[in-house]
Ligand binder design. Structure first.
Ligand SMILES: [Zn+2]
Length: 340
């Protein structure tokens, strides 16, 4: 009896020391993308629309509130459109509404479960007047700490984690101090989480954003130049892409018409420059407008599939997979990208 106990104790001690077993390297957690219904392997994202919205509220950060809308009405309004785009083959939709502008992860989770579409939400902050007053006083490190906490612990206790950092910069030639701080906070968040930084940039200083990121040690590949189509100087966008940034051509209109719209021309120009692997496309559609009766006019997410892809596929074989599957998967897979 005593001997058996002694042997058992010895065996437990050996196990504790790792004796008698082949040492194994610690298993790395598989990389996954956070959706509002949980983590998924990047290869399961399928066809992705990388910049859309379900709901927006432009009342301003000091007045924005969950009491300003009926989530059931938003649910009923958005659901048919999400189902429609799922039936068109889309598997994942990135909802880019930031906090203080109508972000509602729990509502997105309901919509994802009901529609069968994977939805991705974000952390980060937009620009004045959609910034809370405390954001003006906090340091980049303070802001980053709260965004990193959302990425690690979930948003507002609902257990839903962001799959992207969404910020904004001002449209002027140079970054204003507050937006520079937001970009720096995004860089710090990226270095801890590996989440990409989608910055509403448009005609704004995208190249300066790259410089700020570099100063923080972040490579251009972590940056998505959102609304690239609205920059009148496309050469700047193309330069950013050549440096490794993503260009998001995300304003595809509801129809193509006889003459392709400007955005398609910009996209084709970038493709003709050999930049196919730096490009993302989306509609920036949806938009249940809080404060308008019935949410106003909700725009469907269908035109890329129904009006634009047929012509693009004819001229650029394989482009659908590159722009809607491979590039979004690469842009959304968390990976810390350090500048060299
Ligand atoms: Zn948008």
């Amino acid at each position: 009896m005593h001997r058996r106990r002694a042997l058992k104790t010895l065996a437990l001690a050996a196990a504790g020391l790792g004796l008698g077993a082949t040492p194994r390297p610690p298993k790395e957690a598989p990389v996954s993308v956070q959706t509002v219904t949980g983590p998924v392997p990047p290869e399961d994202l399928g066809i992705v629309l990388t910049h859309e919205h379900v709901m927006v509220d432009f009342i301003g950060a000091d007045k924005v509130s969950r009491d300003r809308y009926d989530p059931d009405e938003v649910f009923r309004t958005a659901l048919p459109h999400l189902k429609q785009v799922r039936d068109l083959g889309c598997r994942t939709l990135v909802e880019c509404t930031p906090m203080f502008l109508g972000r509602d992860p729990a509502l997105l989770r309901r919509l994802s479960e009901a529609s069968g579409l994977l939805l991705i939400t974000n952390t980060g902050m937009y620009k004045a007047p959609y910034l809370p007053s405390h954001a003006l006083d906090q340091s980049a490190g303070d802001l980053a700490a709260s965004w990193i906490a959302e990425a690690q612990d979930g948003i507002e206790g609902a257990g839903i984690r962001p799959g992207l950092i969404k910020i904004a910069v001002n449209p002027d030639a140079e970054l204003v101090p507050i937006q520079k701080k937001i970009v720096r906070a995004a860089a710090l968040t990226h270095l801890r989480t590996g989440l990409s930084i989608a910055a509403h940039t448009g005609p704004g200083p995208g190249l300066e954003v790259l410089d700020v990121l570099k100063a923080e040690g972040v490579a251009p590949g972590a940056y998505i130049w959102v609304h690239a189509q609205s920059n009148p100087d496309q050469s700047k966008c193309l330069e950013a892409a050549r440096r490794g940034a993503w260009l998001s051509y995300d304003g595809f209109p509801p129809t193509r018409g006889d003459n392709p719209p400007k955005i398609e021309g910009h996209l084709r120009a970038a493709l003709d420059q050999g930049l196919a692997n730096r490009l993302l496309i989306s509609h920036d559609a949806g938009w249940y407008h809080v404060g308008e009766p019935g949410g106003g006019t909700y725009r469907p997410y269908d035109a890329i599939f129904t009006h634009f892809l047929p012509a693009l596929k004819k001229d650029y074989p394989g482009i659908e997979k590159t722009l809607l599957v491979d590039n979004p998967r690469r842009a959304l897979t968390p990976e810390v990208k350090k500048s060299s």
